[in-house]
Write a protein that binds this ligand. Structure first.
Ligand SMILES: [Zn+2]
Length: 318
């Protein structure tokens, strides 16, 4: 065989192996859906004391984990109805329960003692409701996914959480749904339904691109597919577009798994190499070399137009 043919044969073998790897990995796509900042009491009040998202989830037949801010119950004058809303979230058999602090502070801003109080205050009702539903309250997620300013602060809070029997909950994929929902709700308020629909579709499209991106990052960082954890929020956008997103993910052969199943992936035992307070994906935190991490982050798909519209919106509100 000539050198040239040999090279071609090697190339074909590599392509073949790669295609095989993709085919195998396509079977292995899985994700746990996690919803933060539950319950959204202003949406609940605006919709006549009903949660559209909870109703949609009832018919989607998949496990979800929720991260609760009990402080939300007092955000308006309907405490009793809000309390019942939280109880109905927690009582759903498909729901895994998590604490997300009482009032959603950033640990890096308020320090150890104040944050510790927030963790404890955040579980008062939730723990009782979880017990009543026959569930454990074992998951915790940091607001903004900020785990502290430096490794000492991070280790100190981690020790407290472990001592309190909490599992600190990571995520791998998120898609700025908190930003899109602001634009979406503005369009709805203005009666601009075409614009609202376009924003909803762009949210779904971007999220799918991000799943593709993080699949690749997982391959680069761990050498294999990782059981993904998607982070989104209890908001109007997900009420209307999470079902479409789930459908598209299923079309991409994703299976919807519980948070416990996702976290059984050994990837979640990998050491973290990032010890700042930014709230980015755990896939990036597992990267040792900061330059490699930066280049992976720079390759992340984004929707610049939505970001600019959001900036303009927040400026006009000031
Ligand atoms: Zn949050």
């Amino acid at each position: 065989m000539t050198k040239c043919l040999q090279v071609m044969r090697m190339a074909l073998l590599t392509v073949g192996a790669f295609a095989f790897a993709i085919a195998v990995h396509a079977q292995e796509r899985s994700v746990a859906i996690t919803i933060d900042d539950v319950p959204n009491v202003s949406l609940f009040a605006a919709d006549g004391q009903s949660s559209g998202l909870l109703q949609k989830l009832d018919s989607l037949n998949l496990p979800v984990a929720i991260f609760i801010n009990e402080g939300h119950l007092k955000q308006n004058e309907h405490f009793e109805q809000n309390r019942k809303l939280l109880e109905s979230w927690i009582s759903r058999p498909y729901v895994t329960v998590g604490n997300h602090t009482y009032s959603h502070p950033n640990y890096g801003d308020i320090g150890f003692d104040a944050f510790k109080d927030e963790v404890v205050k955040g579980e008062e009702l939730t723990r009782k409701m979880a017990e009543k539903a026959g569930k454990e309250l074992e998951y915790f997620r940091f607001p903004f996914n900020g785990m502290g300013k430096d490794s000492a602060e991070q280790a100190r809070m981690q020790a407290f959480l472990t001592e309190s029997h909490y599992i600190s909950t990571p995520f791998t994929v998120e898609s700025e749904d908190w930003l899109f929902t602001q634009l979406y709700e503005k369009a709805l308020r203005e009666g601009n339904l075409d614009e609202a629909r376009s924003i909803g579709n762009r949210y779904v499209d971007l999220t799918l691109k991000l799943f593709g991106h993080f699949e690749q990052v997982a391959m680069k960082v761990t050498g294999r597919p990782v059981k993904q954890i998607y982070l989104c929020h209890d908001n109007r956008l997900n009420t209307d577009y999470l079902p479409a997103l789930i459908q598209k993910l299923k079309e991409k052969q994703y299976s919807m798994i519980s948070l416990a199943d996702a976290m059984s992936d050994e990837a979640y035992q990998l050491p973290l190499y990032y010890h700042g307070n930014w709230g980015f994906s755990w896939l990036y935190r597992w990267v040792k070399d900061p330059a490699v991490r930066r280049s992976l982050m720079q390759a992340e798909p984004s929707d610049k137009e939505a970001q600019q519209a959001y900036e303009a919106l927040t400026k006009s509100k000031k």
